[in-house]
Design a protein around this ligand. Structure first.
Ligand code: 6GU
Length: 242
């Protein structure tokens, strides 16, 4: 997969050279290219923003450098999915990560200030698949951290990336749509806290049932919005009603 990131803070993307995405790059699964938006300005001050029409606080990113950047970067290679991180985008999810992981190329357009002139996105939509994406209900200063988040979530799904494909489907937000069950390792007792007995039973069906029960309880407690309406959870039992 090829990933282009356009930003006025290229150094913000340095973590993509580390750990997980770094390994994907070494393995040749990820061709990551970070670009400075100011390379597509032509004035002495390399201006990328201006005051908003209609008034209001802050600055808006000018359309011309964005238009030139997108034209230049898409002149070669596969047509990208253009990902625009913005707090007003669709919520990022594991399902969207899986969808993006199936594409040959992503291009992140990271805005700063109060956002990018809307015409950039409107024009991009006439040429490419454009996804405006939010990583949560809070406000960041710009799209760079969101681009890091989306890239890490996508890259770890690339075919041939992780050793054990089962670990991709068993974890939180995997196939079951539940949060992950609690996990334990040695020692069996630590600071007066014991590993649950069932995990020493050797009974794989009982262990699987216990883990599922824990996952449902945890989901009901922390993320009831994820739970199927037919799941019944109370102090005494966890069951799923057809
Ligand atoms: Cl994608 N961008 C910004 N600037 N803030 C955000 C966000 C994105 N997602 C949540 N907050």
């Amino acid at each position: 997969m090829r990933v282009d990131v356009v930003t006025i803070f290229p150094e913000y993307l340095a973590p993509l050279g580390l750990s997980l995405p770094g390994k994907a790059r070494e393995a040749g699964l990820l061709d990551l290219r970070v670009h400075d938006l100011r390379d597509w300005t032509h004035d002495r001050h390399r201006t990328v923003d201006d005051t908003p029409y209609g008034g209001g606080a802050g600055m808006v990113m000018k359309p011309e450098p964005w238009g030139e950047a997108l034209d230049a970067l898409t002149a070669e290679g596969d047509a990208p999915v253009v990902v625009v991180p913005t707090p007003s985008g669709e919520p990022f999810s594991q399902a969207l990560a899986a969808d993006l992981a199936s594409k040959p190329r992503l291009l992140f357009a990271c805005g700063r200030y109060e956002g990018i002139d809307q015409r950039v996105v409107d024009h991009a939509r006439t040429r490419w698949d454009v996804r405006e994406v939010s990583i949560g209900d809070y406000v960041l200063n710009g799209g760079e951290v969101a681009a890091l988040v989306v890239t890490e979530a996508v890259v770890r799904l690339l075919p041939g990336f992780m050793g054990n494909p089962e670990s991709l489907t068993e974890e939180s937000h995997g196939a079951a749509g539940l949060l992950e069950y609690p996990v334990y390792t040695k020692p069996p007792s630590w600071r007066d806290l014991d590993v649950p007995d069932v995990l020493f039973s050797g009974n794989h069906a009982r262990i699987a049932a216990w883990r599922h029960d824990q996952a449902v309880r945890r989901t009901a407690e922390r993320r009831p919005d994820l739970l199927h309406p037919s799941a019944v959870v109370d102090d005494l039992e966890v069951r799923t009603v057809q």
